[in-house]
Write a protein that binds this ligand. Structure first.
Ligand SMILES: *Cc1c(COP(=O)(O)O)cnc(C)c1O
Length: 394
């Protein structure tokens, strides 16, 4: 067998992540490696922390990137804040809420599930009932932006309820960060994690995370050691948080990946968070107009819709997997399949980070219209790309 270099094909990534990456970020990966305790590297680490504070809109000192994907950020929140015997209320309205339950149970704690239908936001009344029924609940955990359904829940109201009942909040902002407002300080979220490959448009494999002072106090005064050595924030603080010369080795930071994170955060700062949120909203409106010209509908009510993740109802009788395969093979465009309860029922079209652009919206709509027409699917008005242009140029 001959083994050759791998050359990936040209793609437009419009699924649930990873999203497309700007050449500035890709090029930063090829810069020379330096030691992860090099004084110059440590200066860059401090800049990353400051830029992440900006992205999360927080002054939390404990704001840093975990050297592993979003799932590790989720796990870091649970293993640090949850101890055996604790009760944690977990809101479940999609795949990722379900994973939170798994995390709680693996910490030896009890998960009280507050369940809502897939495609609906978290119901505040149900959450309040659960808080009343479980006065000892230590925390409320929820997913801000459910990537499996395209729903955004009211994080501010959820956090307020949790505070009313003296519970901490743990929030998944993997898909929201950089795409829609994530206001950690204003909403008083105690622990929040994200990922780099969604609206930050960086390479996968890093999880930005932030803890409030209240959460840090809970971590410092635990009765049991954190069960995960790698994710123990007490140890990670020694590398990321102490003063320059006293930083101690914990694990080898992914040096070049952090160059990429730094560059993607610099780009976010240059654009400005508010502008990034507006861009995601505008491209979503254009996509929606184009889908509607094809007679396609989004499954989520307008009030709770995520602009960066569009769950599109699959018309009767359409071979949804074939459509995705043709989008990929004929046009190099990746769109996502439905997950869990929505498998086979929706396509998930991501407009995240660099993939939220007029180019992506227009080309994806033209390609989708072409594929559906070729497969003999009846479409409503047609000229989906034209309908999108009307919104983009308005
Ligand atoms: C993608 C995602 C995750 C997991 O992130 P990975 O980087 O794939 O581990 C967690 N939560 C939500 C809401 C996500 O969309």
């Amino acid at each position: 067998m001959t083994v050759a270099s791998f050359h990936p094909p040209s793609r437009m990534l419009m699924g649930p992540g990873p999203s497309d990456i700007h050449s500035r970020v890709l090029q930063s990966l090829g810069r020379p490696i330096i030691g992860h305790l090099d004084p110059e590297f440590i200066l860059m680490m401090d800049e990353i922390k400051g830029l992440l504070q900006y992205a999360f809109q927080t002054t939390n000192q404990m704001t840093l990137p975990i050297s592993a994907p979003g799932s590790a950020g989720m796990e870091a929140c649970f293993v640090n804040l949850v101890e055996p015997g604790d009760t944690i209320i977990v809101c479940v309205n999609g795949v990722f809420g379900g994973r939170m339950v798994e995390n709680v149970e693996r910490c030896g704690a009890t998960a009280i599930k507050v369940e809502d239908e897939w495609g609906s936001p978290i119901d505040l009344n149900k959450l309040e009932d659960a808080l009343k029924a479980n006065p000892d609940a230590k925390a409320v955990a929820f997913v801000h932006a459910e990537t499996s359904t395209g729903v955004q829940s009211d994080a501010s109201a959820i956090a307020q309820l949790a505070r009313d009942y003296e519970a901490l909040t743990i929030m998944d902002a993997v898909t929201s960060l950089g795409g829609t407002p994530v206001l950690v300080d204003e909403w008083q979220i105690d622990a929040c994690y994200s990922g780099t490959q969604k609206c930050l448009s960086c390479v996968p494999g890093i999880s930005p995370i932030t803890f409030s002072d209240k959460a840090l106090e809970v971590i410092r005064t635990r009765n049991h050691k954190v069960q995960s050595w790698f994710l123990d924030m007490n140890l990670i603080m020694g590398y990321w948080s102490s003063e320059g010369s006293t930083r101690s080795y914990h694990h080898t930071a992914p040096v070049n990946t952090l160059y990429a994170l730094h560059e993607s955060l610099v780009m976010l700062k240059e654009e400005g968070l508010e502008n990034a949120w507006k861009r995601h909203q505008r491209n979503h409106q254009a996509l929606k107009a184009g889908l509607s010209a094809l007679g396609l509908e989004l499954i989520v009510d307008e009030a709770h819709r995520l602009p960066q993740l569009n769950a599109v109802k699959i018309p009767e009788g359409v071979d949804e997997a074939l459509v995705r395969r043709r989008m990929l093979s004929d046009f190099g465009i990746e769109i996502g399949a439905g997950l869990g309860a929505l498998a086979g029922k929706v396509w998930r079209i991501g407009l995240m980070g660099q993939s939220s652009s007029p180019r992506h919206v227009t080309l994806a709509l033209a390609a989708l219209e072409g594929v559906l027409t070729d497969l003999g699917v009846s479409i409503k008005d047609g000229d989906a790309a034209g309908a999108a242009q009307k919104v983009l140029l308005a």
